[in-house]
Ligand binder design. Sequence first.
Ligand code: GLU
Length: 381
Amino acid sequence: MSKKRWFSGRSGLTIRNLICVLLLLVGMVLSSLWWPAPTIAQSPSGELRIATRLLPPFAMDDRGQYTGFSMELWQKVAAELGKTSKIVVYPTLPEMLSAVQEQKVDAAIAAISITAEREQIFDFSYPMFNSGLQILVRSPQKSGFMPNLLRDLFSPMFLQLFAIALGMVVVAAHIIWLLERRHQKSAIDEAYFPGIFEAAWWAAATLATQAEEMPKGAFGRLMAVLWMFIAVVFVAYFTATVTTSMTVQTLQGDIKGLDDLQNRTVATTAGSTAANFLRSKQIKTLEVDKIESAYDALLKQRADAVVFDAPVLMYYASREGKGNVQLLGEMLREESYGIALASNSPYRKPINSALLKLRENGAYQALYDKWFKPYADRGAN
Ligand code: GLU
């Protein structure tokens, strides 16, 4: 028995089969018109258009030459892809991401954090950098002498010590008034008023080791010796507590971590993951386009801290910001950067292969060391 095979022999070419094939072809053409295959608009010359935003040390414009970790990584990726590319700089993060979404560019590379929310809209390459959010504050000595002094004088600790001293004076004044009021030569009046004020003045002056008059009666003098002894101990305690607290504040500043950011103004860039993070913690945020404006707000005391990407802050703190700002140790949240592409971009796979290749051949590490090793070592001090 001979088996029937597709298009073998005349039996395959019936009218019915031809109509089926025609219908299939028409269907394919129509479906491609309704659901076009995802494509990325190519620039006429075939070169890739790559969006970035200037954010040292990831993307910088060095007199028309783009440098920085991300820019140089992209040059290496493009070389792997065998493509030339044109860099398009966007002023803000939202504008750069919109350009990717609207396919005005083929990809974006800067310091773009991969997030679940962005993943819904974009495709991301493999993570290309481990980052995270950190806090930058002014160096404490930059707060000025007078504001520091006023802040210390009205600090809860100072007011507490003052209240204790006042209580002690009131008690001592009553004891002295009771012991001395009847004594003939005493300078303290017998009547409660003004006697108690005279006694309180004596007690306060003794506490400050300034008393001129001494009680005249034996019990009064005994009490005076005891009170002078208490005064010496109290003054020593007071001095020690105030000095320690001032030294600690000078060394640490008054923002030590995330908890101290409540009721403060924190600067960061608009649309960034840091802005989102601060909003979720209900922290008052000053959103600016350029990270340099956030540094400026911090230095001019329009903001109390900057929360942003750790490597970016570290780079600033170890260069232009050196001596004026300091980074707090705590990492608020880990993040990874990726190259952002339009959804279903045909470039994702080749870019990922290129990234893997650059990691395997050591080129990635060399680039990392070039940009992050020198100041990571310096940043520690
Ligand atoms: N890593 C930040 C983000 O993706 C960078 C923000 C910025 O470029 O200003 O949100």
